[in-house]
Ligand binder design. Structure first.
Ligand code: ADP
Length: 262
């Protein structure tokens, strides 16, 4: 796994993801219109916005799982033409294979999932350890809690050591305490790997807890409304004045009470 040695400021000044003027329509719905944004290398970027503003469409386009109608997306300067091992994706609903064990699901993320050489075995063990699932290697998804399933999803996405982690509301289905723990674990993993993270959420608190920068999107048509650089040291205290201020400013920008923007 690539460990980060440069400072995050050095890395962030290099653009890792460039989205230029991207549009995507589904029949009469303009899911994205003229969306432009850039994410620096090693940056943790959260995208927030109301339901239907195109967050998932944008993430899927960066992943190469969806083809925009217009504009371009570059990763490391190269146009995205499809999915690649340089981008790992974590889905809200886990998307695990129910017939595979934890080990089997994580193994599936490897470049060569069928390979059982010592290196691949060691890599799978390392990933299971990284996400705190020691002792559950042989469990099936139905035997795991939501938080544990999402740990498997994260380990699988990390398996090929991607430079970019794309996360689509990954903790939307877990309880608040588990989510707090997963936030801390994710930030630890990010600090160790130096990956570039794009994390979609409709939860402003979650975005301010995690992000270097929060991109606020607007709906109809889906577009970038504004961005906020979060200048608070980690770990962040949700009751701190700075934290509460950022949440209030982003909520104002969204123009809706937090519980109606889902
Ligand atoms: P978000 O993730 O912000 O909730 P989405 O990217 O899922 O937004 O969707 C943006 C808009 O595009 C919504 O109006 C949604 O209904 C529409 N949309 C998304 N995917 C499809 C699809 N496969 N077919 C038709 N409409 C879609």
């Amino acid at each position: 796994m690539a460990l980060s040695s440069e400072s995050s400021v050095d890395r962030e000044s290099r653009e890792k993801i460039t989205v230029r003027n991207v549009s995507r329509a589904y029949d009469s719905t303009q899911a994205l219109e003229g969306v432009s944004l850039s994410v620096g290398e090693g940056e943790f970027c959260c995208i927030v916005g109301p339901s239907g503003c195109g967050k998932t469409t944008l993430l899927r386009a960066i992943a190469g799982l969806d083809d925009p109608d217009g504009g371009s997306i570059l990763v490391g300067g190269d146009p995205v033409t499809g999915p690649g091992l340089d981008r790992g994706m974590v889905f809200q609903e886990y998307a695990l294979f129910p017939w595979r064990t934890v080990r089997g699901n994580v193994r599936f993320g490897l470049d060569r999932p069928a390979c059982d050489c010592a290196d691949c075995e060691a890599r799978v063990r390392e990933l299971i350890d990284l996400v705190g699932l020691d002792g559950f290697e042989d469990a099936y998804p139905k035997e795991l809690s939501g938080g544990m399933k999402q740990r498997v999803g994260i380990a699988r996405a990390l398996a090929p050591d991607p430079e970019i982690l794309l996360m689509d509301e990954p903790f939307g289905s877990v309880d608040a305490r588990t989510r707090d723990r997963l936030h801390a674990e994710l930030l630890d993993i990010w600090a160790q790997t130096g990956q570039t993270v794009v994390f979609v959420t409709h939860d402003i608190d979650e975005a301010v807890t995690l992000a270097d920068r929060v991109v606020v999107m607007d709906a109809e048509p889906g577009s970038v409304q504004s961005t906020f650089s979060i200048g608070i040291e980690r770990p962040r205290e949700r009751t701190s004045r700075e934290f509460v201020d950022y949440v209030a400013r982003i909520r104002d920008e969204l123009g809706s009470p937090i519980d109606t923007i889902e």
